[in-house]
Design a protein around this ligand. Sequence first.
Ligand code: PRP
Ligand code: URA
Length: 212
Amino acid sequence: MAYRNLVQLNHPLVQSYMTKIRDKNRSYFEFRQYVDKLSMLLAYEAGKELGLKSSKIKTPLAPFNGTVIKDEIVLMPILRAGLGLVNGFSQIFPEARISHLGVYRNEVTLQPIRYYFKFPKLKDRKNSIVYILDPMLATGGSMCSAIDEAKKTGVGKIVAACLVAAPEGIKEVRKYHSDIKIFTCSVDKKLNNVGYIVPGLGDAGDRLFGTI
Ligand code: PRP
Ligand code: URA
């Protein structure tokens, strides 16, 4: 099924690394390494949202009218599993500032609980872009909460980036934030009766940090 304002990566490397991290026998340190690679590929693809400005430079041989990224970039990982995407994104966007948003979902109600937010001072918020990072888009509650917070900052553009998205979560984001583009490595089948993505990859935070 095609979703509006959603980009699903279909590169063979993405498919292969996703299979590696879905494997329940993968160790937490191997899991982290593949998430790192996937987040670089995701950042590359999501980088298509960036604006450019002209930049006149001189090569060793001649003047050159080039282009550089115009926007100030802010990475906003949703704690804690979103931290797993920060290294890859900051390899691709080395000048990015990093905001931290603490949200966890109540295990029974599945409602998002916000507990921390720190956002950088920016020169020009209108010409800034926030990448909200979270490996899992399940019910969509955490992502919608993060988008609400990001919108309050007044930044010009907000993009959601995840590894696995459930149809239920995509629909939730579409319902409340139809203007926000989602980049994902996979759209999975469904949520199970306790709000986990199937086939998914389990609890992303626990698998990343070895807290299973
Ligand atoms: C996971 C995941 C997302 C959220 C997705 O975090 O990293 O933030 O669940 O679920 P939702 O779409 O239904 O809101 P979790 O709450 O388990 O916290 P953690 O990152 O601290 O493990
Ligand atoms: N959070 C996770 O870490 N995994 C899921 O499948 C759903 C929410």
